[in-house]
Design a protein around this ligand. Sequence first.
Ligand code: TEU
Ligand code: CA
Length: 542
Amino acid sequence: MKHSWYKEGVVYQIYPRSFQDSNADGIGDLKGIISRIDYLKSLGISIIWLSPVYESPNDDNGYDISNYKGILKEFGTMEDMIELIRILHVNNIKLVMDLVVNHTSDEHPWFQASLKQEKPYDDYYYWEKKKRNWTSFFGGEAWSYKEERDEYFLHLFSKKQPDLNWNNPLVREEVKNIMRFWLDLGVDGFRCDVINLIAKADGLPNGKWSPILRGREHYMNHPKIHPYLQELKNDVLSKYNCFTVGETAFVTPETALSYIDENVRELDMVFQFEHMAADNYFVKWFIRKFKPMNLKKPLSKWQNGLLGRGWNSLYLENHDQPRSISRFGDMNFYTESATMLATMIYFQQGTPFIYQGQEIGMVNAAFENLDDYQDIETKNIFKLGRKLGMSKKRMMKKIKMMSRDNARTPMQWNDSLNAGFSQGEPWLKLNPNYKNINVESNQSDKNSILKYYQDIIKLRKKYSVIVYGDYQDIEFKNRKLYAYSREDESNQITVICNFSNQPISIKNFEYLKTEKCILHNYENIDNLSVLQPYEARVYIKK
Ligand code: TEU
Ligand code: CA
């Protein structure tokens, strides 16, 4: 694989609303991020992905943008933003912005003008006399009526997130213009929100029957997307030293390669979602019991599927997903399972993405009361479930496990008021466990999860085989074990993870006794041939 800075870096995702508040209004902000740069440096990360900070009515916490070139007042000013970029760069940290261009807010001036059929905006969105039967990602219909035009418009997400009409060259010019604006300000790339949904089939036909996302065959990875992405690449991205990661639900390695193959590179990498279904039936509300094999299978499929052809993104968490320890770990082996999960994912080939709080072992908040949740998706799904006849109890059980707010509770810095996040009333309740789980408690414990993340990042900088080496599964059929090797011309490493709460015998790995263990998550290795519960080890051939 060709070498690049974004392949060698480690990305840290900041959800600004919940990271650090600087003025006691209960909402995280840019000045707050600036005040925490020393922490980010000490973690060792080299790139930040910042979730949206643009002007927005916040129907979907910033993923509904009303001005792409303005900063939401709650987060600060454009001066703060420029200062953040400057100071990150002084500290050798790059910045990737969230580019949300499948849709805007309905309060964006383009939509307001489109409503009134003002030229040239009349055709910036999808307007139809007859509605289609498509359903939305947040539940309910995806086409809604507007009296002003006596027409229906498309919104794959909330009613306040109308989809942009990418057929319109003017829309594409607007997007390129936004990208240039931010790249010229110095940002180093984009995380492209739901980018594989931007192209819709001509004529917007009705969808075939489906219990979820009816109509999706007309917009998911639609072939028309490729010329659009090539246009962005040729006219803008290729002119800057930047990278893109596309958020692409519903892709296989094959579809992904149509975007990211080293010879195509419409995008530099994608977030795939197949391993996020390890505890559900592809729709997160259809929960199934977690089985390690259901995590290992898709991860290994992606490692093998992209090998030598495309670059992976490595993640277990983001602002849309519940906390990974709660989903795939074990609270009875809290530190062990958290560090095992980190070993398992971050020694694979690809760029690591760490979501804020993951590195200190934050877990699901699992609030009991619906009123404690703020997320529009959570609220909508509750209503929808009730409408379909499901009990309150059943819906709350799902929400406690799967709500996006599990990941959005404020960052836990210390055990003081509001975990050091804010001197005011936080916009979303804290996880009450912040007294024990926080940055300071991690910093003062030499065996903490945070220390382990720091060690992983250091090792990645030291051994390029961890970045670029080829991946190969070991004993793939063993359901309790996730083991693999990474190899390049000069080095070979072996990663072994016990994915169970029982000791397991690993006699076949005795050959490792001649190799050097560079990382493990127990104080000592008592017995080379037995892995303790959730034990993880990384060996390098001497
Ligand atoms: O997410 C797209 C997406 O696929 C999610 O809506 C997903 O279905 C859901 O979060 C699973 O719980 C992106 C953003 O990451 C998300 O925060 C936004 O709400 C969404 O796009 C709309 O912009
Ligand atoms: Ca604030």
